[in-house]
Design a protein. Structure first.
Length: 309
């Protein structure tokens, strides 16, 4: 092994981000790990075969960015329903007249540079059935800044040693919304996110157990399923043990080798698979306005399937 202190062993990568051609749109991978930009499709009018190809690309690349769309909240709802039924979005009031669309808004004159959900997470993992997909549409975006980062939890899982996998397989993470949405956060949210319609609640103190490794229900791939935002412990572990192990998993889960970065343009629709990625909105656009429309597609209970013999 090299004596170079910056050398690290590269684990074998079992999957590829190489695109599969579609007759309905053009596709270009973003990085070697995950993500793809898609052009040449209007998601509001595309036929069923094109939507089927789009869903397949989403499962394969984990994040897809579809440029040049013109979607109002009603159209975004219709596009969402082409991928599945609406997911449940707690703790944020939806837009008036659109019960399944959230408006993520930061005005240019806000005092604090904070942005909504600026920490690595998989959406609503504290629910018993977290969403499968999230759709986020750029209605009004800054000229620069406000990118979103994504990290492949499939790639992170592939980097684990066999011994670590054996340790993690029977373990369940404790997920909770308490850090963001419990009553103690009320004044902080009101001060730092004044244009987000957030509803804090005692229900955010509840916990939900999910496997630390989950099996993707469509691709069969295994992925890590923990996040610094919502995973507060490990079932059966004392806090010091849990935080030591989770600290390592949080670190490897966002290794730069397993990430991509999406730059927003007005009219971009980004869809990601919460079953295989985490994401991080970047709050580097203080003094600029950013307005996004967001929906989710319902998912299923996270499970870990046994490896085939």
């Amino acid at each position: 092994m090299s004596a170079n202190p910056f050398f690290f062993a590269r684990p074998p990568v079992a999957t590829s981000n190489r695109p599969v051609a579609s007759a309905h749109f053009n596709i270009r991978p973003i990085t070697g790990a995950l993500g793809a930009e898609i052009t040449g499709i209007n998601v509001a009018t595309a036929g069923a075969p094109a939507i089927a190809d789009l869903r397949a690309a989403l499962i394969r690349h984990q994040v897809v960015v579809i440029r040049g769309q013109a979607l109002d909240p009603a159209a975004l709802e219709q596009v969402t329903l082409r991928l599945g039924s609406f997911g449940h979005d707690p703790y944020i009031r939806p837009m008036p007249g659109f019960s399944n669309v959230l408006r993520l808004l930061k005005e240019a004159d806000e005092r604090h540079p904070d942005v909504f959900a600026e920490a690595w997470h998989s959406d609503w993992s504290f629910l018993d059935t977290p969403p499968a997909f999230t759709l986020l549409y750029g209605h009004d975006v800054p000229d620069w800044g406000g990118d979103t980062m994504f990290a492949s939890q499939i790639r992170a899982f592939e980097a684990l040693s066999p011994a670590m996998v054996r340790l993690l397989e029977p373990l369940k993470g404790i997920h909770s919304a308490r850090r963001a949405y419990a009553p103690a956060a009320r004044s902080l949210m009101a001060d730092r996110l004044p244009n987000m319609d957030i509803v804090v609640s005692e229900s955010a103190m509840a916990t939900q157990l999910h496997p630390i490794i989950r099996t993707h229900p469509e691709s069969g791939a295994r992925a890590l399923y923990v996040s610094p935002s919502y995973t507060i412990g490990i079932d059966g572990f004392i806090e010091q043990e849990a935080q030591a192990l989770l600290g390592y998993l949080f670190q490897i889960s966002v290794d730069p080798r397993f990430t991509c970065r999406v730059r927003w343009e007005q009219g971009s629709l980004t869809i990601w698979d919460n079953r295989s990625v985490m994401h991080l909105p970047i709050g580097d656009y203080h003094g600029a306005r950013r307005e996004m429309y967001r929906t989710t597609v319902a998912g299923t209970e996270p499970v870990l399937e046994p490896c085939p013999d």
